[in-house]
Ligand binder design. Structure first.
Ligand SMILES: *[C@@H]1O[C@H](CO)[C@@H](O)[C@H](O)[C@H]1NC(C)=O
Ligand SMILES: *[C@@H]1O[C@H](CO)[C@@H](O)[C@H](O)[C@H]1NC(C)=O
Ligand SMILES: *[C@@H]1O[C@H](CO)[C@@H](O)[C@H](O)[C@H]1NC(C)=O
Ligand SMILES: *[C@@H]1O[C@H](CO)[C@@H](O)[C@H](O)[C@H]1NC(C)=O
Ligand SMILES: *[C@@H]1O[C@H](CO)[C@@H](O)[C@H](O)[C@H]1NC(C)=O
Ligand SMILES: *[C@@H]1O[C@H](CO)[C@@H](O)[C@H](O)[C@H]1NC(C)=O
Ligand SMILES: *[C@@H]1O[C@H](CO)[C@@H](O)[C@H](O)[C@H]1NC(C)=O
Ligand SMILES: *[C@@H]1O[C@H](CO)[C@@H](O)[C@H](O)[C@H]1NC(C)=O
Ligand SMILES: *[C@@H]1O[C@H](CO)[C@@H](O)[C@H](O)[C@H]1NC(C)=O
Length: 334
């Protein structure tokens, strides 16, 4: 039998060095997780918490590559270790998103960015205490399980560039510590649930390139900590510009192709932190407000594909590199 032999070896290694130990059931859990992921280069003859031989590999030559398993070995007066983080980025993993992670009860972070993993997001993860989840750039299908809303510790959920379907579960509004909800480039549908208004801890929200319906919800004005807001391709009815006048920390504001009508709000000019402003492909009309001269330090402003009118401010003309105003106006304007 393989298991008893390698467990014996780990115990020997542990005792020999006086190091704290990973419990045998967690070692077996890692084996099961490795099988699900299709990860073949974890060397179970070596203590997974040792940082040696395959358990921590950094290869700066391959952009984005990272292979790091991290343990916390301070349990029981520094005699017991538990796995707290698994980061496996860009490793050509071709297996399935591992529901078996639940067998690592101390895990706080799972990052499987840029692999070829298929399967669905396991609802079982809802019973864990994860803080960071990233499945960015895989082949994950199916819905976003509402059970994830049980993870009261969840701060960062990054599931961009997959093939997820269905709505954002309304239950997600109950996540008390959510900072980043990034779902760009999936096949999500439905309207943004009103319950998301409660996500006042949110700093970064990206939902572009999906098939959401409805219009920009007014409740985003309640996200007073938001720094990056990327919404595009909403197919619903026209709506006026959402009231963002109470939001003071915006760095990136992208509301692209969202069917917004009416005039550009002048208060945007007062947003000193704004670096990227993209309001292209809406139905905005009227002039560019005078206050926007204060946006002179913004890196990019895109207003393409609207129906703006009136004179183009002189500072904008001087700044062609940062401005994309192509076809942003109609009719007799300068
Ligand atoms: C695993 O580690 C052991 C101990 O360092 C080593 O002898 C063995 O060659 C390693 N196996 C692989 C496949 O690298
Ligand atoms: C923790 O370990 C230290 C050093 O091995 C020992 O001196 C101390 O008594 C231990 N504390 C407890 C509460 O067991
Ligand atoms: C979550 O990810 C961020 C960014 O990589 C990192 O700084 C933080 O320590 C992670 N949190 C946990 C609990 O692993
Ligand atoms: C996932 O990929 C594996 C290996 O390519 C394949 O055997 C399995 O059927 C796939 N599972 C799903 C749910 O697509
Ligand atoms: C989520 O919490 C609800 C209510 O507490 C509970 O009924 C459900 O079983 C939990 N789901 C998971 C996956 O933990
Ligand atoms: C969430 O991710 C951000 C950005 O990577 C990081 O700064 C922050 O510390 C993370 N939050 C937690 C609680 O780890
Ligand atoms: C995405 O959704 C559209 C419309 O529901 C469907 O036609 C398309 O096949 C879906 N694509 C994927 C990759 O699921
Ligand atoms: C936004 O916050 C205000 C003040 O806290 C509250 O009265 C209002 O109901 C919230 N809006 C939504 C849509 O939740
Ligand atoms: C969209 O507009 C149509 C026509 O004005 C109206 O009948 C429908 O109720 C609106 N839908 C929503 C979700 O507001």
């Amino acid at each position: 039998m393989f298991f008893p032999r390698f467990l014996g070896l780990i115990c020997l290694l542990g005792f020999a060095s006086g190091a704290a130990l990973l419990p045998p059931d967690e070692v077996i859990s890692l084996q099961v997780v490795a099988k699900s992921l299709g990860k073949t280069d974890w060397n179970f003859s070596v203590d997974p918490c040792s940082g040696l031989s395959g358990w921590v590999i950094l290869n700066p030559a391959i952009k984005e590559f990272e292979n790091t398993l991290t343990c916390d070995c301070t349990f029981d007066n520094n005699t017991v270790c538990h796995v707290i983080s698994i980061i496996l980025k860009a490793q050509n993993l071709q297996g399935t998103v591992p529901r078996e992670l639940v067998r690592l009860p101390f895990l706080k972070e799972i990052d499987l960015t840029r692999n070829y993993l298929n399967g669905t997001i396991p609802p079982e993860w809802g019973s864990m205490n994860l803080v960071n989840i990233s499945l960015l750039g895989n082949r994950v299908t199916g819905p976003i399980p509402k059970a994830l809303a049980n993870i009261s510790t969840l701060a960062n959920l990054t599931i961009e560039y997959n093939q997820l379907t269905g709505p954002i579960p309304p239950e997600f509004g109950d996540l008390p510590q959510l900072e980043r909800l990034l779902v760009t480039s999936n096949n999500l549908t439905g309207e943004l649930p009103a319950n998301l208004a409660k996500l006042t801890t949110l700093r970064d929200f990206r939902i572009s390139d999906n098939s959401f319906s409805g219009s920009i919800p007014n409740f985003i004005q309640n996200w007073t900590n938001i720094e990056k807001l990327r919404i595009s391709d909403l197919s619903g009815n026209v709506s006026t510009f959402p009231d963002l006048s109470n939001i003071k920390k915006l760095k990136t504001l992208i509301l692209r192709s969202c069917n917004i009508i009416g005039e550009l709000p002048s208060y945007l000019g007062g947003m000193k932190t704004l670096k990227v402003l993209d309001l292209s492909f809406n139905k905005l009309s009227g002039p560019i407000p005078d206050t926007y001269i204060d946006l002179a330090n913004t890196d990019y402003i895109y207003l393409t594909g609207n129906s703006l009118s009136g004179p183009l401010p002189e500072w904008m003309m001087k700044d062609g590199d940062r401005m994309n105003l192509f076809a942003s106006s109609k009719g007799n304007t300068s």
